[in-house]
Write a protein that binds this ligand. Structure first.
Ligand SMILES: [Zn+2]
Length: 259
């Protein structure tokens, strides 16, 4: 049985017996796989920290042909995900892992998606700057993962008839239709929300790859509400992280009360 070499991100690890683990890896070369890592959690394990959640590593895997668990024989740590001061960055990293797990099929390699995930984790790891620089990266990754799954939301043209939708005011977004709807197609549709053209413009910019500009908090709040709902429709359940992906606004100062 030949061993396959791959670049991997650790997206889940659960205990197996006393000291072993079953790890879910998203790899560049082999797609998603689940593998047994024998003795992974022994004090002096050969894997040595390479299998921590969100680590990027090089692995050697013995593939099982009959649908059983693969066997992880080696893992070399390339980069550990470091937690600095930003809770948003940690939640963002966990969301990357959750989406890679939920939106990809086993053994279906998509190198572009791996590269976006890996770059996103690189920027979120050790992040110490403002949270406003975290969210664009998370949304950029989310859109890439949805596209890789064939579920990219329509953002510029009607999801139904492909007509251009206006880029001002508020626009209908059909959760079941997979994106924005023109006025004619909107009629009679179920589960439609209304999105501001500002939020749609930000989404289109992030889809095209711009991630350096912070998103205005009200626009971000609206954008997350739409994307959390859309992802829930795609997955058939809410993301575990969705409540954590909302911007924390500074508390409003309370007006002084009369004595
Ligand atoms: Zn239409």
């Amino acid at each position: 049985m030949a061993a396959d070499k791959a670049h991997a991100v650790v997206i889940r690890a659960v205990p197996f017996g006393e000291t072993s683990a079953v790890v879910t890896l998203y790899t560049r070369e082999l797609g998603k796989l689940r593998a047994l890592a024998k003795g992974a959690w022994r004090p002096k394990s050969a894997f040595d920290g390479a299998l921590d959640l969100l680590s990027t590593c090089q692995v050697l895997v013995l593939r099982r042909s009959s649908g059983g668990l693969d066997l992880l024989t080696e893992a070399f740590l390339e980069r550990r995900f470091r937690v600095a001061t930003s809770l948003a960055a940690v939640h963002g990293g966990m969301y990357v892992a959750e989406m890679l797990d939920a939106l990809t099929a086993d053994a279906d390699p998509q190198p572009e998606l791996f590269d976006v995930a890996s770059t996103t984790l690189l920027h979120l790891s050790d992040h110490e700057g403002p949270d406003s620089l975290v969210w664009p990266r998370v949304v950029r990754f989310e859109l890439a993962a949805l596209r890789a799954a064939g579920q990219a939301p329509a953002l510029g043209r009607c999801a139904e008839c492909r007509a251009a939708v206006p880029d001002t005011g508020r626009i209908a977004f059909g959760m079941l239709d997979g994106g924005v709807l023109c006025a004619a197609c909107r009629r009679g549709r179920r589960v439609v929300v209304s999105v501001s053209s500002a939020a749609l413009a930000v989404l289109r910019g992030l889809r095209a790859g711009s991630v350096e500009r912070p998103i205005d908090p009200p626009v971000l709040g609206e954008l997350r509400a739409v994307m959390n709902t859309y992802v829930a429709h795609v997955l058939g359940r809410k993301s575990r992280l969705s409540p954590r992906l909302v911007p924390v606004l500074p508390p409003r100062s309370t007006p002084p009360r009369d004595a």
